[in-house]
Design a protein around this ligand. Structure first.
Ligand code: PEP
Length: 257
């Protein structure tokens, strides 16, 4: 089955809401409409920018979607500083990254919490982009495939097959490739993405596995996106640094289409 390519730009903790509007406008004007038939483009700005992006997208009927970089596992309550699924859904968020390695490392998020967040996103109709990927020492010890597949199964625990098929996006992001300029080779990325899809097939059936989009993330740029999306099991990219430059990001989206 044909899975539509997805390119998601993770802005991380960059850009205030005015800078966010400027970048989103540049992206909107630089990516011709014809590309959106082949590639879904999602911007994932910081929480404080989402309302501005929503207003822009709704007002100008822009063709890209947007989402958030995290959410609380809870719907509401005494959780100071957190942002819930219902709040993001009300802002029109279509995606939310969950389990990004920076959250796992700096906020000590474990697989159990990641799973709660995945379920919270799905409960509110937001597609979780579940991030998995090994640190360098695990790859060097040859444990990268098992590491990614274990994180995947833990993150999806308790979900029904149809929820996985319809709502989940997976992102394979080797930690050693994020923000380092060291992109995984085509073969290395495809090896893990293929194993992730096989794991989905084993657990939920081939039909489900066939529907789930698996992205690669880690130093993706316009000069390496084409070879990555040419792989059978890579359906797009989660892009960090390169998503902050309008020209580079739109070039990358066009090459992914
Ligand atoms: C990311 O933050 O998810 C990421 C892949 O970053 P970069 O593209 O900068 O490596």
């Amino acid at each position: 089955m044909a899975r539509k390519t997805l390119v998601a730009g993770n802005w991380k903790m960059n850009l205030n809401h005015l800078e966010a509007i400027a970048l989103a406008q540049k992206i909107a004007f630089s990516l011709p409409e014809k590309y959106y038939a082949k590639v879904d483009v999602a911007l994932l700005p910081p929480f404080t920018d989402i309302r501005s992006i929503q207003t822009l997208v709704d007002g100008d009927k822009l063709l890209f979607t947007y989402g958030a970089q995290d959410l609380s596992p809870h719907d509401s309550g005494a959780y100071t500083g957190d942002i819930s699924g219902p709040m993001l859904a009300k802002l029109g968020c279509q995606y939310v990254t969950v389990g990004h390695s920076e959250r796992r490392e700096y906020h000590h998020e474990d697989d159990e919490l990641v799973n709660k967040k995945v379920r919270a996103a799905i409960k509110h109709g937001i597609k979780p982009i579940l991030c998995v990927g090994e640190p360098l020492e695990v790859r060097e010890a040859g444990g990268h495939v098992d590491h990614g597949c274990d994180q995947l199964l833990a993150g999806l625990k308790g979900l029904k097959a149809e929820q996985v098929a319809e709502q989940v996006v997976v992102a394979y992001e080797p930690v050693w490739a994020i923000g380092t300029g060291r992109v995984a080779t085509q073969a290395d990325a495809e090896e893990v993405c293929k194993a992730l899809r096989a794991t989905l097939a084993e657990k939920y059936g081939a039909d489900v596995a066939d529907k789930v989009r698996i992205l690669y993330g880690g130093s993706v740029k316009s000069n390496n996106i084409a070879e990555l999306v040419a792989c059978d099991n890579i359906d797009g990219a989660l892009v960090g640094g390169a998503s902050l430059q309008a020209d580079e990001f739109t070039k990358l989206c066009a090459l992914a289409a």
